[in-house]
Write a protein that binds this ligand. Sequence first.
Ligand code: GYE
Length: 348
Amino acid sequence: MKKSVFFALIISFAILLSGCGSYSSGQNTDMDVQDEDKDLIVIGFSQVGAESDWRKANTESMLSTFTREKGYDLIYEDAQQKQQNQITAIRTFIQREVDYIVLAPVTEDGWDTVLGEAHDAGIPVIIVDRQVAVNDNDLFTCWVGSDFELEGRKACEWLRSYCDAHGIEQNDINIVDIQGTEGSSAQLGRTKGLNDAVRSNGWNLLDVRPGEYTQAKGREATAYLLQLHPDINVVYCENDNEAFGAIEAIEAAGKSVGTNIEAGQIMVLSFDGVSDLAVDYCKNGSISCIGECNPLHGPRVERIIENLEAGIVPEKFEYVDEAILSGDDTITNISLDGVTYSVELLER
Ligand code: GYE
């Protein structure tokens, strides 16, 4: 075969692999290495997709943790936001008799059957990030991730406190919610946090639109809402990528973003705080407050697997501690249910 054709084939194969979002840290053709492979712990990881900076950081954390050098063969499958792809991936993992299945589920519902199959096959399933709502929690070994409702409540409490401190009437708050992937724990929790705060503070929730955790949808949804409701003064984005899109839409509509809503600015609130851009926007006030969401679950899942290997039963639900970030120093801490959280000031 001509060299150029050969390389073209290799490149197309690599593109094909990345397109399918499939990857294995233990792929080998060499016989000796295959012998070595027998000692590797085989993990099938079904990831939601690559919709946001948070998700990319989460994937990177998993891939860099579960390496061959550390004794793992990680089979990574990107489901491209489709639950059916995740179900297929899990069935493939079961057929391949992996040692562990790690699932970052796109939505909470719809897992009973396939997790029942993994359970019957005796393969431990570790749920990471979002949760699953199954009839029997014995269908999975444990879960590790964030308290999304608390993240939402914290961001709203920051807004309430900010308004109080600046003499802004709570019932002058005209807020819209750009939601994340419908039915995902992150969406359900952050939306609930907002809805409860709307009720207890007397804010006006003008509208709700899906943003699917992407910049493009965040921009589209915000542009649409600004036309419909010219009096919006707060946009609650359920992640930073949506916020990037919202900021573009606000500026394209000839308005400016910032905390000074009395002067006509539109305040943007969001979640994650993972990318440099989000941190910069928070520092310069384009995003007023970010509820941090930590994506670095690789080492956490590794610790769980190490424990399981040693016969130690992990905690069923493990919540990660998270901060609240702002570039504005008005509010230094907030209190919820008698617990005080300090606001991390991002200095310019
Ligand atoms: O906030 C968002 C992502 O489930 C915590 O999903 C995750 C969320 C995260 O795409 O950016």
